[in-house]
Design a protein around this ligand. Sequence first.
Ligand code: CP
Length: 306
Amino acid sequence: LIHLLSTEGLSKDILTHILDTAANFVSVNDREVKKVPLLRGKSVFNLFFENSTRTRTTFEIAAKRLSADVFNLDIARSSASKGESLLDTIANLSAMAADIFVVRHSESGAPYLVAQHVAPHVHVVNAGDGRHAHPTQGLLDMYTIRHYKKDFSNLTVAIVGDVLHSRVARSDIHALTTLGAAEVRVVGPRTLVPTDLAQMGVRVFHTLEEGIRDADVIIMLRLQNERMNGALLPSSQEYFKAFGLTAEKLRLAKPDAIVMHPGPINRGVEIDSEVVDGPQAVILSQVSFGIAVRMAVMSIVAGNEA
Ligand code: CP
């Protein structure tokens, strides 16, 4: 694996290897990650052309725990605002001896373009491109599921909400089907669920109650208004009434079901506070596991594994 651009096309062996490598970075209390010298002398450039709280910060922490030097380009203050193209930006940062580019961009495919133009020794990790893919989120979601449920083969996983605009949903679906989840469901209003998902072996539901019934894992998604281009949408209240996950509705899932969310959450829109702060939510564990998973990805693409 030279670049990580998508979970699509990654074999079960590679996905499992990434999860196992991440597990090696996590200490006995399941959270703490020790500093290791695997990327000492390497430079990681975080290029976030779209906003981020979790992904940017955990990539920075992960790179530091691998002993790399980390540079966060402040895009708003960069010369991108003066018309410098993405590829010229990359060429100039490459001249500063970058080894890994972590790229988030609102345009689907931007990290692929970067990967086609970097030198052979430089690696690109997709940190979310448009509505296309968010592979490290998909991988940390798989890590979280494996942590709580041990094995994918008996699991029913429901992905609920604005699937149409969700790069997380796509990355999760590819990883879950490859890892052998028993049933992958998508649940949402007809306007927010793509029609091609049935071809991927995914079951489609248009009511929350049916979609989460007897599920082992529920992955909630927010309404991604920034990618809707002014489409006519239900109000937040209408949406919450139909697809918001409340404690009462959660009782339709298995009693030990876990509730996940990639964040940012919108309380009272797609999920009720009682669920976010309740015992079945593992949302903050996902964030913590993201550090080890991103360490695993960067050390594997750079060829400097433990
Ligand atoms: N899950 C996720 O990508 O969050 P951020 O947008 O805050 O990075």
